[in-house]
Write a protein that binds this ligand. Structure first.
Ligand code: AMP
Length: 233
């Protein structure tokens, strides 16, 4: 249990959980745009390292392409560097894609206890059937600009289509397929998620953090509205 420390402002991390393609990234972006919560997407951070050709990027490229998890220590260090840089001036941040294993959940708890002792975790899980997630991912494109990576759908008539074909609405970047959005890597990602979810929840729930479970198979606006209600924002 994290103890109260009077000289630190209270902080909150909203942790989005759910299968790949369940809408965590889209919901996190909405939280940033509408509520001003900085968004940490570990997948985006990993892909940025790969696009920049950093040493970390070279070491994780194969794991990402094959749909496997990157090592707990590499990911956790990225997250903690980000938190130290991003948590100073705000009270709430939103996590998309971290923690993903029990080990990461434990490392997060330990880090918060030492650096941000008055920090509440809010767990929000998006539930979407496997087949819906598979369809979304089969039709997903992302912006190739490593600093943008906005997500789009190729399904004609979808509200997630880009306004101009193959061009990002936000930055004009060229849209592309993610290297891990293929059947083989997706099978691994779905299996991996199922293997880790309960164990990581067992660790995160230690402090009696409630889980808000939302039906993610609806418009993102409906999901966002229900999440705000549930969190009282
Ligand atoms: P995402 O964009 O969240 O679907 O993540 C894409 C890929 O990045 C994952 O399949 C992993 O290879 C890697 N990744 C992202 N977040 C994590 C994490 N918390 N732990 C381990 N690997 C991660």
């Amino acid at each position: 249990m994290r103890s109260a420390v009077d000289n630190q402002a209270s902080k909150r991390i909203v942790i989005l959980l759910g299968l790949p393609g369940s809408g965590k990234g889209t919901l996190a972006s909405l939280c940033t745009r509408e509520l001003g919560w900085p968004q940490l997407s570990t997948g985006d951070l990993c892909r940025r390292h790969i696009a920049q050709g950093t040493e970390v990027g070279k070491s994780i490229d194969f794991a990402i392409k094959s749909g496997k998890l990157v090592s707990d220590s590499i990911i956790s260090n990225m997250v903690f560097d980000w938190l130290i840089a991003s948590f100073a001036g705000v009270d709430t941040v939103v996590f998309d894609g971290f923690p993903r294993t029990a080990e990461q959940a434990q490392l997060l708890n330990d880090f918060l206890t030492s650096k941000f002792p008055i920090c509440k975790l809010e767990l929000v899980k998006l539930e979407v059937p496997d087949q819906v997630v598979r369809n979304r991912i089969a039709n997903r494109l992302i912006c190739g600009n490593r600093d943008c990576q906005a997500g789009y759908s190729q399904v004609a008539g979808s509200s997630f289509c880009s306004k101009v074909a193959n061009q990002c609405d936000r930055c004009g970047g060229v849209l592309k397929k993610r290297s891990d959005d293929n059947d083989l890597a997706l099978d691994t990602r779905l299996k991996t998620y199922a293997e880790h979810e309960q164990r990581l929840l067992d660790i995160l729930k230690v402090d009696d953090n409630e889980i808000v479970v939302l039906n993610g198979n609806r418009s993102i606006e409906e999901v966002f509205a229900e999440m705000k209600d549930a969190l009282g924002v």
